[in-house]
Design a protein around this ligand. Sequence first.
Ligand code: FEO
Length: 180
Amino acid sequence: MSDKRISDDMEQALNRQMNQEAQQAQAYLALGVWAESNNYGGIADFFYKHSEEERQHMFKFLEYINTRGGEAKIGAIAAPADNPSNLKECIEDVWQHELENSRKIYDLVDKAMAEKDWPTFNFLQWFVKEQIEEEALIDGLRDKFALASEDRVNNANFYSLDRDMQDASQEAELPREQKL
Ligand code: FEO
């Protein structure tokens, strides 16, 4: 690779976010397993797909760092958090994770602007847009969960919620649907 065209500091910051995306992929994978083992098949599919999306995000950072002459450094992934105690807690945890991730992306945008690193600023705009979509997706699920919970007698609502999550539009396919 030719000369490095990002600062050492930016290279470290991008590497941190790359590993953060890998951590997110791991967290969603664990939630998929939790949902599947609690018989929420649709919700499990949703989280498995989302785990794949986070892995794609990780790879975007990896490619960008290397393309700019830096070096992507693959770090350790911590164990995911403990399983949620119920679906409400699960969805709220995911919501907080996504808000936190948005803040991290905005910090990187601030940094790119402060360094006048316009290529990185431009690269990060894809993530700014992606976080708008991710927040809308998870916030929509919170709304659906609230609706489903209002009628505690009618378990069909939970069935519908599970189906909604299964059908929620995401870019990634389930790993088991991908052609190997
Ligand atoms: Fe890669 Fe859900 O943010």
